[in-house]
Design a protein around this ligand. Structure first.
Ligand code: IPD
Ligand code: CA
Ligand code: CA
Ligand code: CA
Length: 260
């Protein structure tokens, strides 16, 4: 079954990614879900393509997707559930900054078994299957071997309700700017984590993420040999409000830096 899951999910990600690539240069119709949370018609079209592609083959499966309406994270604990971010990095997309992705994960009995993150502008398809490994365009990937935070390139993002969490967000950001070699804020959590899995980043942290931001990419990091936890070092699960991820070697240093 996992082979079929992989094949259909990959197909859905490529189809939705092709749509986003086509729409990228066109003017966008934008509505606002919140002060920092826009949605374009491409988010909705991408979601439609993904859901249709999956349900055609698996009509009885559950769907948890960002643009479905009221977020219902309880659903993510249902069996045979697809967790979908049809466009991760909507702000980038809407501004013509080519850093965004499609994210699709398949969950069974509380565990994500397969995840794919597709960057349509670079045509990079990151994926992982539990226990089988992680790949970028079908080549195995591995996290970096950087051991010290002061030699690390780390990435982060700011939550959409950043104004409510501004103090802590800035305090952590300041600490990492001082301690790491470099800090980036690219704007797509799923891609940031996938880049960590491929050894391009050495660490990542963010708070306020939703299951569709992390479901696929966390599995990709873990299968590439990385470590994922919450800020306190406890196990990360999809309901966790915060995530700290690294190549494993500098996890302790990253967690220490996140304590404020
Ligand atoms: C957002 C992106 C961004 C992160 C936000 C997410 P969206 O997702 O992943 O990098 O900082 O917290 O909500 O809304 O563009 O799918
Ligand atoms: Ca959004
Ligand atoms: Ca997202
Ligand atoms: Ca999204």
């Amino acid at each position: 079954m996992l082979d079929q899951i992989q094949q259909i999910a990959r197909q859905a990600a490529l189809k939705a990614g092709a749509l986003l690539r086509r729409n990228f240069a066109q003017p966008h119709k934008i509505t606002l879900k919140g002060r920092h949370d826009p949605v374009t018609e491409s988010d909705l079209q991408s979601q439609e393509i993904i859901v249709q592609t999956l349900l055609q083959v698996f009509p009885n499966h559950h769907i948890l997707a960002e643009e479905q309406g009221a977020p219902n994270s309880a659903k993510s604990s249902q069996d045979n559930c697809w967790i979908i971010d049809p466009l991760d990095g909507t702000v980038n997309f809407a501004h013509g900054f080519p850093m965004f992705a499609v994210s699709i994960a398949f969950q069974q009995q509380g565990a994500v078994l397969y995840g794919v993150v597709y960057d349509p502008m670079r045509e990079e398809l990151f994926e992982a299957a539990r226990g089988r490994g992680a790949w970028l365009n079908r080549q195995p990937i591995r996290v970096s071997t950087v051991r010290e935070l002061d030699q690390a390139l780390v990435a982060t993002g700011f939550p959409y309700n950043v104004n409510e969490r501004l103090e802590n967000t800035i305090r952590r950001f300041k600490k990492l700017v001082a301690l790491a070699e470099g800090v980036r804020r690219p704007g797509s959590a799923a891609l940031d984590l996938s880049c960590l899995a491929a050894g391009r980043f050495d660490g990542f942290w963010e708070e306020g993420l939703k299951p569709w931001d992390t479901a696929a990419a966390v599995l990709i990091v873990e299968e590439a040999g990385g470590r994922v936890s919450n800020f306190g070092g406890g196990p990360f699960d999809l309901a966790s409000d915060n995530v700290a991820a690294s190549n494993g070697l500098l996890h302790r240093q990253l967690l220490q830096a996140l304590q404020i």
